[in-house]
Design a protein around this ligand. Structure first.
Ligand SMILES: O=C(O)CCC(=O)C(=O)O
Length: 250
């Protein structure tokens, strides 16, 4: 389940690459069980407000622990591919479950993750996210949309809209006209790896199906976080055994 030369070249050209069937349906069901019944998600869920005032809910944490989310974040099928794409050792940054619920899940405005993470002090735009689909993701339930190749723009200015940090709207209107917009249609268990300067958004969920996902963000081990002077704290992300997730089957 490793990215080959072509997958890596796609990532470098487009700013993202999709790998299908990374996790089995049993592993995805186990993750969904932990979304519904697990303490980590229940204790860390909060909401942001999109431009229309709708709530986009997420549960976010910055520590590994001893639970299913740690087994997924340290799964070799993810970590080894992140290492390949970064071209160096990876450090865990954070994990988040995105809860885009049927009929009410709010939108995520256009942004680059490095739009936020620059302000968190990361010196280089050398971070990657792995978006794991837990449900079918399609246009009806607000799948991720990306502008192909936009990671090559460098970091754009961001402003606050609602409680979200979003790319400067006039600028996004101009670049969106010139780049291809891709709706990332995904099946449960597939993973989209994307660059921290890739412009992305997602619409509200107007369908009767939930659109939940687990996104894990990794930093390159040699990318200091300046504001908090956290350089010494960066450690290589541990790698667990390939069957660790199923140990959490309910
Ligand atoms: O899951 C989504 O629809 C978007 C989430 C997102 O953009 C983010 O967490 O940065």
């Amino acid at each position: 389940m490793s990215l080959d030369h072509f997958g890596t070249a796609d990532f470098q050209r487009d700013g993202y690459v999709l790998l299908e069937n990374v996790f089995s349906s049993e592993e995805v069901d186990t993750m969904l069980g932990a979304v519904k019944g697990g303490s980590r998600v229940a204790e860390t869920t909060r909401a942001t407000t999109d431009a229309s005032g709708k709530l986009a809910k997420l549960a976010i944490w910055h520590e590994l622990g001893d639970d299913i989310w740690t087994a997924v974040s340290t799964c070799p099928r993810i970590v080894n591919n992140v290492r390949i794409l970064l071209g160096e050792e990876a450090a865990f940054f954070h994990g988040k479950v995105i809860l885009k619920e049927a009929q009410e899940g709010g939108a995520w405005e256009w942004h680059q993750d490095y739009g936020y993470w620059y302000n968190a002090g990361f010196m280089f735009p050398h971070l990657i996210s792995a978006f794991i689909a837990l449900d079918d993701c399609n246009q009806e339930n607000g799948c991720l949309q990306v502008l192909r190749g936009s990671h090559k723009l460098g970091r754009l200015d961001h402003i606050k809209i609602g409680t979200q940090t979003c790319t400067d709207p006039p600028r996004i209107a101009q670049v969106a006209d010139k780049l291809e917009r891709v709706h990332c249609v995904m099946s449960p268990g597939s993973v989209l790896f994307f660059h921290c300067n890739l412009l992305h958004t997602s619409a509200t969920n107007t369908s009767s199906e939930h659109r939940r996902s687990f996104i894990i963000c990794y930093n390159a081990l040699n990318n200091p976080q300046l504001n908090d002077n956290k350089t010494e704290d960066l450690v290589p992300c541990p790698v667990s055994s390939d069957d660790a997730i199923l140990a959490y089957r309910q």
